[in-house]
Design a protein around this ligand. Structure first.
Ligand SMILES: C[S@@+](CC[C@H](N)C(=O)[O-])C[C@H]1O[C@@H](n2cnc3c(N)ncnc32)[C@H](O)[C@@H]1O
Length: 343
């Protein structure tokens, strides 16, 4: 008798699937991932009544529902590990150095937008909101945090804002007490904090769609790009540069850097962290493809860079800060104008 548990992912099928996933969202899967992909996708074969991974690949490519199924598959094969105050030295850097820099001249900002790109189930987003509140520099909803992820399941969890014990392994006890309410189904993010945060489904490789995030002051993209191939990383980093306001910061995970990637970012040495910043005077994009030129070469640490514009207009001025704030209208397009999910 046929049993789905017996269906094997053959090497050729694995190659086809991983190429498709890579093209769609930048993720790379080495040979060591084969058994995990096999295990995680086998249930989909059962749900669709397919008897081989070759049939599944065919379904993804050619069926009317293939696009929708690709979302399901990606949801199953992504790594969503996260927790509150992960890499807490970066949240300290945000609170103690980056936010104060925005309050001081020449920026003197009263409102800020932060984008957590690849936010998984939302812990990073709420941690950023907590750090902003704790800084005392931006009261109320002066800081808005937008979280996005390619996993619809993760985005739904983030919106619900209810967490189990493992999410709290690194958050200081006092902050847990202040920003969460314990109920029978888990610890709920307090409404006041939740109202600073919004979530949307977004594939970072879908650069045109990323533009609905608007312009932001800070981007966190931690432990996401490590799973991407280099060309996809470069594409996403270019789009981050475009999304950031001049003077805006990019924070990557502790094992990630912009080395060898196209960028015009300045490297900024903070007390306990190295972060990247879009120069305040920036009007151009830079690519590592061409050699540096004379006095306009970018700062040390940013690589050997030369100007190039992915938008085809290298001399276009940077967006004014007035037009640049993340627009609620465009965010609504991403967040699907959904009412808050009741919990
Ligand atoms: C390991 S988690 C990191 C979560 C959080 N940033 C942190 O550091 O704790 C990586 C997340 O990136 C998301 N991701 C992977 N590829 C993506 C893509 N192309 N677009 C958007 N999100 C993606 C995954 O779904 C996953 O939730």
């Amino acid at each position: 008798m046929f049993r789905f548990d017996d269906v094997r992912l053959e090497p050729g099928e694995f190659r086809q699937l991983r190429e498709m996933f890579n093209q769609h969202c930048g993720l790379t899967f080495g040979p060591e991932s084969k058994s995990i992909v096999e295990r995680r996708l086998r249930d989909r074969l059962a749900a669709l009544g397919l008897s081989s991974f070759a049939d599944y690949y065919h379904y993804l490519r050619f069926d009317d529902q293939g696009r929708h199924e690709l979302d399901e598959a990606i949801d199953l094969v992504t790594i969503n590990e996260t927790y509150f105050f992960r890499e807490s030295y970066q949240l300290r850097a945000l609170k103690d150095e980056i936010l104060p820099a925005f309050r001081a001249p020449p920026q003197s900002r009263e409102r800020l937008s932060v984008w957590s790109a690849g936010c998984s189930t939302g812990e990073e987003v709420y941690s950023i909101a907590i750090a902003s509140r704790e800084s005392g520099l931006f009261p109320g909803r002066a800081v808005r945090v937008f979280g996005s992820d390619i996993s619809r399941r993760c985005v739904a969890h983030a919106r619900r804002a209810v967490y189990g014990p493992s999410a709290f392994r690194a958050i200081p006890h006092e902050l847990r007490r202040r920003y969460f309410t314990d109920r029978a189904d888990g610890a709920h993010v307090v409404e006041d904090l939740r109202s600073m945060c919004q979530f949307g489904h977004l594939n970072l490789l879908d650069v045109p769609r990323s533009s609905v995030v608007g312009r932001v002051d800070v981007i966190f993209c931690r432990n996401v790009l490590i799973y991407f191939d280099e060309a996809s990383r470069r594409r996403v980093i270019d789009s981050f540069y475009e999304r950031l306001l001049p003077g805006g910061y990019l924070l990557l995970g502790h094992s990630e850097s912009l080395l060898n990637l196209s960028t015009a970012f300045e490297l900024v040495h903070l007390k306990d962290d190295l972060v990247y910043r879009k120069p305040l005077s920036s009007t151009r994009f830079w690519s590592i493809a061409a050699p540096p030129r004379g006095p306009s070469s970018p700062p040390a640490g940013a690589g050997s860079l030369a100007p190039v514009s992915p938008l085809g207009n290298p001399s276009a001025p940077s967006p004014s800060q007035a037009e640049a704030v993340t627009s609620p209208t465009s965010l609504a397009a991403l967040t699907g104008k959904l009412p808050r999910i009741p919990r």
